[in-house]
Each structure stands twice: as C-alpha cells, then as structure tokens.
Design a protein around this ligand. Structure first.
Ligand code: 3SK
Length: 507
C-alpha cells in the first residue's frame, strides 16, 4: 500500500527532499555539454516559480503549457510550475500551430513557457489569452534573463496530494486528443511502484533515453525516477539510436529507456558494446518480440525489461524484474497494480484466452472533460484498449491493440504476431501490418515492409517473406499482400501511427 500525506507537492518530494537528504552538490541533469547539480536545479526551478508568481501573476491551479526538447531548462520549468502549485501541460516539441491550438482549447493554459527555438509555431497558433514566454534565448524578456534577477529561494505551494499536477495528452492518432489529469501523488506512485520494484535505482545511477518528456514514458524515466532516487539523468535533445548508443558509452549510462525499434537499430548498427555500463534497459511503447529480446541478450548480456504503460495510467503497470522476465511476455502486474483479462461484458475470460486488458492501481484515467472517460473506466477497471492473454502463471502476453485484431475468413489474427514473425527475417529492417478489405475474406493481412539496403523489392522477396511467415507461425496468418515502403508512419512518441497505417491499407 502506498501512503502519502494529505498535503503533498511532488516537486518538493522529488527535488527539495532529495537535496536535504543527499546535499546540493550531486550531479543531477547532464547534457552532452553541461551538467546541473541538484542545488542548481533547485535554484533554477525556484526562480521559474518566482517569475511565474511574482511577475506574471500565476496562481495555484492555473495551467502552464511547456514546449521544448528534453533539456535541463524544460525540467526546471516543469518543477517550477509544480512548485508554484500550478498544473504542467507538457507538449510534444514537434506539434505544429493547429495542434497547439487544440491543446490550448482543451487544456486552457494561461501561460506558455517555450524554448526559444520552438517559438514560431506557438506564436502562429491562435491562442487567445495565452501569455508566451521563451526560455534559453538571449533577450532581456526571455525567462532565462528574468530568472537571473530572482534568488531562487521559493517554498513550494502546499498543494493537496490529490490536486492536479500535470495534464498529459494522448497522442491522438484517432479523433481528438484526450487530456489526462494526474495528481501530485500519482507522480510519486509510479516512482514507488515500477521504478522502485523493477528498476531498483541507486543514487549512483545515470538514466538516459529517447522519449520526449511530454510523453509520460519519458517524464517518468528521465525525470521522476532518477530524481526520486537521488540519481542523475542525461538529457538528449535529439538522438538517433546510434547517437544514443554513443552517448550511453561516453557518459556511462546505467539505466536506459527507449522503444524496441531503437534497441533493434543499435544491434543492427553493431553498437551493442556501447552499452557495457548499462544494468537496466527498459523497452516500452510498442510490443517487444521474443526474437529481439533473445538477440539483444545474446549481443549485450542484458535482459530487456519489457513493460506496458499508458498515458491514462501515467507509466508502466505490467512488467517483470530482472530475474522474473519471460521473453515474449510483458510481465506481471507491477506491485501495487492489479490486472485482469475481461470480455466485452466485463467478466474475466479463462487463462489462455484473449480478452481486454483491465487494470486497477494507484494511478488511473481521469480525462479532462471528455465523454470517452466512460469507455476507458468501466466498473473501476481501466480498460486500456489492448488485447492480452494471461497464462496460468499470471504472466500477461500482448496480442494486439484491440482495434488491430484482423478478422480474416473468420480467423482472429493479431497484427503484432505477424509483425514479430516478419521482423525475424534477415532482409526486413522494419515492418507493420494492418487489415486490408478483401471481397472474399472480408479482410486480409497486409504487410508494410522496410527492406534492408540492397534487398530487391520484387515478387521474389514477397514470396520469400510470405513463406517465411508461414514457416514461423500458423500459416493462415501470413500476409496475403506485401508492400515495400521507405519508412513506416510513426507518431511523435515514436509509435507506429496505426490509424494512418489502416488508412494506407484501406486506400
Ligand atoms: O506503453 C506506453 O505506451 C506508455 C505510455 C505512457 C507511459 C509509459 C508507457 C510505457
């Protein structure tokens, strides 16, 4: 059971309490070129809170939009907003003006703190009533200069544990984006469940990874978990998997967060040896095929920690600690969470059969003013939209997003299973499948494949891949159509843009 006091500001718990415990001089945030100590982050975030409250009239409960790549100033702004008792609305740096307008409309921020290099799109958006302040620029009206005139000594607002701390947007691949609200206690709950039990972080750890801080996978893995442990985080504004591997080696990263595609690319580039200091590698955001787990283990000796999370639940709720990992399974409910596999009526399905994943725990879905809440939270369970099988040992095996099940001639085919089979072929660099309409079968499995350099994109390769899938999994699941593409559509969190893929398949 997690027990937090009724009055709780998670910025105090993450930062000020850590400074008190371990002192101000510990390294805290690193970039390829600079380093901030805990004391420096405390001072900077205090200055941000002072500018917000003293100069801009921010009051507790106001919302503040944050926009910028992963760097120490973004973290200082996030903590400053929370210290001021306000609500952080962190946005993906790649959002363009019209998407920012939607965020503004739904999230109703009164102030935006924006990296000066990302100002143009925000300035071009119609955001009535929004005060925009840039940071990291050279002007005297830039937040960085305004902070210079403040002491940074700021006592965090005495928020309630269940005051809203942050609003995170789901990436909105279908329909209008949804804004999920999370309390101050929720932020700590993820650190005290997944991170504490699965990662077991130590103050000497150095975390790093690629997810943006606007994706709660990144916020947890690169800010909340390291700070809760008194550890440090290496923040990279932009990194290809190859650059990530080089930075990991250069700085001696010990805990790594990224998606299966990046782990695969690191192996393909022959950079497994760059991970020699790493002791935990977290893979999430997409399903992790057993074949990739094995190949990664073989090349690095590391056991990838798979996990499933959701923006609605803030972070990972099913995973497995090092010694408990079963390659191909996501894991078991993280201590503090319960999970079940349900049918459409909400009754549990027997172990071994597919159904809807449902989760209960210290965090949960609270959409901001959105009628889709009733679809997500059913009878107290968070129904995530994923199809899973639970085995007799209580391990959860991912099948597909519930809307990625392809029904072909009466067979239920889980798209990711076909993808996992295809990716095992040495000619395939990346792939995804979707259901394409078909007169005879209702739907067929259509595969979109990125081939490795030099492999001919002809009928011979199509046949080779189809036969390979037939030999690897039940033959009726093979992709009856195969199209070669230069790249797959991905959204700003790096996940395959399934709605776009389905559009391709229907075209
Ligand atoms: O699995 C995910 O997509 C996810 C979403 C939010 C936070 C964490 C994770 C892993």
């Amino acid at each position: 059971e997690l027990a937090y006091p009724d009055r709780l500001n998670c910025a105090t718990a993450l930062l000020d309490d850590t400074v008190e415990r371990l002192g101000p001089d510990r390294r805290c945030l690193l970039t390829p070129t600079e380093q901030w100590t805990y004391g420096e982050l405390q001072r900077r975030s205090g200055q941000v809170a002072q500018v917000l409250t003293e100069d801009l009239g921010l009051v507790p409960g106001n919302r503040v939009l944050l926009r910028g790549p992963n760097n120490p100033w973004l973290v200082a702004c996030w903590l400053g907003v929370l210290k001021a008792g306000a609500v952080a609305v962190t946005t993906m740096p790649l959002l363009r003006a019209h998407e920012l307008e939607t965020v503004h409309e739904i999230g109703a921020p009164v102030i935006a703190l924006c990296d000066h290099r990302f100002h143009d799109d925000l300035a071009a958006a119609e955001t009535p009533g929004l005060t925009i302040l840039t940071y990291g620029g050279a002007g005297s009206d830039d937040l960085t200069a305004l902070c210079g005139a403040k002491t940074g000594v700021f006592t965090a607002v005495d928020t309630a544990a269940d005051d809203v701390a942050l609003i995170a947007f789901t990436s909105g691949t279908t329909g209008r984006p949804k804004a999920t609200m999370h309390f101050h206690r929720d932020v700590l709950a993820n650190a005290d469940t997944f991170s504490r039990h699965i990662l077991e972080p130590e103050p000497e750890d150095l975390f790093a990874g690629t997810p943006p801080l606007a994706f709660t996978f990144g916020l947890g893995g690169l800010v909340v978990f390291p700070l809760r442990a008194g550890a440090a985080s290496l923040l990279l504004e932009q990194a290809t998997p190859q650059q990530l591997a080089e930075q990991v080696a250069e700085h001696g990263v010990t805990v790594l967060f990224t998606a299966p595609t990046a782990y695969r690319a690191i192996l393909a580039a022959g950079l497994a040896d760059r991970l020699s200091a790493v002791r935990r590698c977290v893979s999430a955001g997409e399903s992790l095929p057993a074949a990739l787990w094995e190949a990664f283990h073989e090349a690095t000796g590391l056991r990838l920690v798979d996990g499933i999370g959701a923006t609605e639940l803030l972070h990972i709720f099913i995973s497995a600690a090092d010694g408990d990992i079963r390659p191909g399974a996501t894991g078991r409910p993280v201590p503090g969470y319960r999970a079940a596999v349900l049918d459409e009526q909400g009754s549990p399905v027997p172990d071994g059969q597919p159904g809807l994943l449902a989760v209960k725990g210290p965090t949960g879905c609270r959409y901001l003013d959105d009628e889709r809440q009733a679809g997500y939270v059913r009878d107290g369970w968070n129904v995530t939209g994923d199809t899973y099988i639970r085995d007799r040992d209580g391990y959860f095996w991912y099948q597909a997003r519930s809307d990625d099940m392809i029904v072909s001639s009466g067979h239920n085919i889980a798209g990711p299973e076909v993808e996992q089979a295809l990716i095992g072929h040495p000619d395939v660099l990346d792939c995804a499948v979707a259901g394409a309409p078909d007169e005879r079968r209702g739907m067929i499995v259509k595969a979109y494949v990125v081939l490795r350099d030099g492999v001919p994109a002809g009928p011979g390769t199509v046949k080779e891949l189809q036969d390979f899938v037939k030999r690897t999994i039940a033959p009726y699941k093979y992709p009856r159509a195969v199209e070669f593409v230069p790249a797959l559509p991905r959204n700003s969190s790096g996940k395959i843009h399934r709605a776009e893929l389905r559009r391709w398949a229907r075209a």
